[in-house]
Design a protein around this ligand. Structure first.
Ligand code: TGC
Ligand code: FAD
Length: 408
């Protein structure tokens, strides 16, 4: 038996012996990374290979986010990674991006957990909170001892959070919150919720704690996407909040959107992780699957698909890396973030679909990651600003005309 047939035989045996993932780096982006960035990426990559990939299908079947992952993320120090002080490591935004990439290569639900914890719960406290709030919450959120969530979306207000109806009233010695939030990642497992509500018509951020009077967070069930992520409603019914739990240093939509900038940036890397997992699986499968006497990888149509995947991943990497450097230099602007989130999720979803096609019928099985990534990416396309909302943000940048509403 010659070497070529031995290779095909080995690859045909089972998806479990699929060759080790060694990254997708056609343009040698690694040469641009610092030693610390490479070390962190590799640490998260190894953990995902050892602890997440073998367990993810079970977690999806059960519809749970395994608690041991919360503990491990805290131990690895990747929660709130780019924040400085209060127990946070102060890594570069490029390092944060690489963390998101590796987590989402495991599953979008895992990256979601880390995005929400770091960018949407820790960041607003870090940027807009009092010294006491920072000291009280951030160290515990950084270790994963506490879980956070972010309540912006409401049942009737998704793309237009500015019209939210959740309101806060100043009752003298406390605030009273009334309203409901929907689609909240980590909601039912969270110890703290950053809830955005209108106080005298102005959007403000409030820290709501599990157990607060009038607060509940029922879990939403029945998702075909992000099955290993907890999604919940937040219900505030005459919910009493002490005065020192409002975030004092921001007013208006700028508050939640500043948090979303960091989370959207993380998604631009995370989506590449999903795309890499699908590309890797498609390549391995195409080399092992024999049809018409040859591995399907030998056919031009399959090679065309693989070459297209590599092309789009490479362009997406350059976009995400450059955006990260701009954030680290303090020179990015909002529309650049929209472009990266929109583009990288778009190509990742299409890569997942093409990868599913390359796997033929096997592509629908849970032995391969492609269908799971594809279903997850449908949510990622919608949350943190839908694909079309980001198109409209860029359209407004180009033309100076807002097209969100027909009344200007
Ligand atoms: P607009 O007039 O554009 O702006 C209102 C105020 O906000 C400021 N602003 C920003 N500030 C910082 N960063 C940004 N990216 C900002 N974008 C806007 C703006 O300067 C202005 O400030 P000021 O001081 O002048 O008042 O607002 P608009 O109401 O016209 O909104 C337009 C639109 C559609 C772009 C916006 O509403 C939007 O982005 N909608 C999408 C909603 C969204 O992204 N929701 C996400 C919910 S959280 C989530 O999905 C988490 S999933 C987590 C996971 O599981 O990973
Ligand atoms: P809608 O706003 O109703 O949009 C429906 C469709 O209409 C979309 O295609 C949209 O692009 C289009 N559309 C809307 N307005 C326009 C317009 N002006 N012009 C053209 N087209 C338009 N939210 C949180 O606050 N916190 C979370 O942790 C969170 N986690 C989530 C987790 C999951 C799994 C999901 C699916 C969502 C989550 N969300 C969260 C909510 C998410 O941010 C919203 O779903 C998203 O912002 C879109 O809102 P919507 O679903 O109400 O869609």
């Amino acid at each position: 038996m010659n070497n070529k047939s031995l290779t095909f035989m080995r690859l045909r045996l089972s998806p479990q012996i699929m060759e080790q993932f060694e990254g997708v780096d056609f343009y040698d982006i690694e040469s641009l990374l610092t030693e610390e960035e490479i070390m962190i990426r590799d640490m998260v990559r190894d953990w995902v290979d050892e602890e997440v990939i073998p367990k993810i299908e079970h977690a999806c079947e059960e519809g749970i986010f395994p608690d041991e992952w919360r503990v491990a993320l805290g131990e690895m120090g990747v929660l709130g990674a780019p924040l400085k002080g209060y127990g946070c490591p102060g890594l570069s935004y490029v390092a944060y991006g690489l963390i998101c990439q590796e987590l989402e290569r495991g599953d979008s639900g895992l990256r979601s957990f880390a995005s929400v914890q770091g960018s949407l719960a820790m960041y607003p406290i870090w940027d807009f909170g009092t010294e006491e709030q920072k000291e009280h919450y951030l160290p515990k959120l950084a270790t994963g001892e506490m879980v956070g969530c972010f309540g912006l979306t409401e049942p009737d207000y998704g793309s237009n959070p500015g019209d939210m109806i959740t309101k806060a009233e100043d009752m003298g010695d406390h605030y009273l919150l009334n309203g409901a939030k929907m689609w909240i990642t980590n909601g039912s497992i969270a110890d703290v919720a950053i809830v955005w509500a209108k106080l005298d018509g102005v959007i403000r951020g409030f820290i709501v704690e599990k157990g607060d009077e009038g607060f509940s967070a029922p879990e939403m069930k029945g998702k075909h996407s992000l099955k290993a992520s907890v999604t919940s409603e937040l219900v505030m019914q005459d919910c009493k909040i002490p005065k020192d739990r409002m975030l004092p240093n921001v007013k208006g939509l700028k508050g939640p959107f500043s948090c979303l900038n960091n989370a959207r940036y993380g998604i631009s890397w995370g989506a590449l992780g999903s795309a890499m997992a699908c590309f890797h699986s498609a390549k391995t499968y195409a080399l092992s699957r024999i049809q018409f006497g040859e591995p399907i990888a030998a056919y031009q149509l399959i090679q065309n698909k693989l070459a297209w995947m590599l092309r789009e991943i490479t362009k997406g990497q350059l976009l995400a890396y450059h955006l990260g450097k701009k954030k680290d230099d303090g020179t990015w602007f909002n529309e650049q973030i929209s472009l990266a989130k929109m583009n990288n999720v778009d190509i990742a979803l299409e890569i997942a679909r093409v990868a599913r096609d390359i796997h033929g019928a096997n592509g629908i099985l849970d032995e391969y990651p492609v269908m799971r990534h594809m279903a997850n990416l449908e949510s990622v396309k919608t949350y943190e600003g839908t694909h079309d909302i980001h198109n409209l943000i860029i359209g407004r940048y180009i033309t100076g005309i807002q097209a969100f509403t027909r009344n200007s």
